[in-house]
Ligand binder design. Structure first.
Ligand code: CP
Length: 305
């Protein structure tokens, strides 16, 4: 029996496979009418044990736009996990009701565990502070559409780089392209995890770590802002002290390149002032839009339709 194809880690797809996904996403953008029946008769299950607006709804929008149907839950308390059911049993059960599963779960490693029990393709929609590979597909598609390349870029990642799983996944994915330089901007307590720095060093990928956004903003091609992840802090006091470490505003942007691309996986709290939204360099709502097309292409690839 053929094994299901899953997406758990941003490196699960080769560069060639990523190119296929992005070319398909771009074809859907250009000719959406050609794809409205592609998933007729198929069901996507969205199992969200943690809150979400974009990831869950963009998956559901993606499947509906492909002519498929969706079922699922948006909080653990409305599933039998609240009665003590194991994740393995939940996944075995939902595999009987659906053709493909997207799951978000607060535990690191839960996505890998789920693939061991799923009998249909499985997608990691965020596992704790670990990875968020479909956000990375969204981020890469946005960079491809705006910059037309993945190489020769200075990428700044700013904010909570310790708990921000989107930054972990994006760093891992972008590190395989030529002449990419990473600038990590965070307070000492929210530094990018040691294993990510180690992996970059092993591959001779250049990076620097700084605390002040103002000191580097003028050198960046892409600035990826992130929220301080309140839900992963152990105490409120630390969160309150660190939550407004960075606020991108018009004044800071005055020192940036004219063709800087500002991204944010969203939701934002205070880290990008609303006044920035009208700046042509602010691309985070365009990024939201590309999230649907990236997920449509991913669903089609994993279902083989
Ligand atoms: N970017 C992202 O994961 O957003 P949600 O938490 O709203 O899904």
């Amino acid at each position: 029996m053929l094994k299901n194809r899953n997406l758990v880690d941003p490196m699960d797809f080769t560069e060639e496979e990523l190119d296929e996904v992005f070319s398909l996403a771009e074809s859907i953008i250009d000719h959406p009418e050609a794809y409205v029946h592609k998933c007729e008769g198929k069901i996507l299950a969205t199992l969200f044990f943690e809150p979400s607006t974009r990831t869950r709804l963009s998956f559901e929008s993606a499947m509906l736009r492909l002519g498929g149907r969706v079922l699922g839950f948006s909080e653990a308390d409305s599933s039998s996990a609240a009665k003590g059911e194991s994740l393995a049993d939940t996944i075995r059960t939902v595999s009987q009701y659906s053709d493909i599963i997207a799951m978000r779960h607060p535990r690191e490693g839960s996505a890998t565990l789920a693939t061991q029990h799923a009998s249909v393709p499985f997608i990691n929609a965020g596992d704790g502070g670990h990875h968020h590979p479909t956000q990375t597909l969204t981020d890469l598609l946005t960079i491809r559409r705006i910059k037309h390349r993945f190489d020769h870029l200075n990428i700044g990642l700013c904010g909570d780089l310790k708990f921000g799983r989107t930054t972990h996944s994006l760093t891992k994915a972008m590190a395989r392209y030529a002449n990419v330089h990473f600038t990590f901007i965070s307070p000492e307590e929210l530094r990018v995890p040691e294993y990510i720095r180690y992996n970059l060093s092993q591959k001779d990928v250049p990076y620097q770590e700084v605390e002040r956004l103002e000191s580097v903003i003028g050198n960046l091609d892409v600035l990826y802002m992130t929220r301080v992840q309140k839900e992963r802090f152990f105490n409120e006091e630390d969160y309150v002290r660190l939550k407004d470490s960075y606020i991108l505003d018009r004044e800071k942007l005055r020192h940036a390149k004219d063709d800087l691309t500002v991204l944010h996986p969203l939701p934002r709290v205070n880290e990008i002032a609303v006044e920035v939204d009208d700046d042509p360099r602010a691309c985070y709502f365009e990024q939201v839009r590309y999230g649907v097309f990236a997920r449509m292409a991913l669903i089609m690839k994993l279902l083989g339709v």
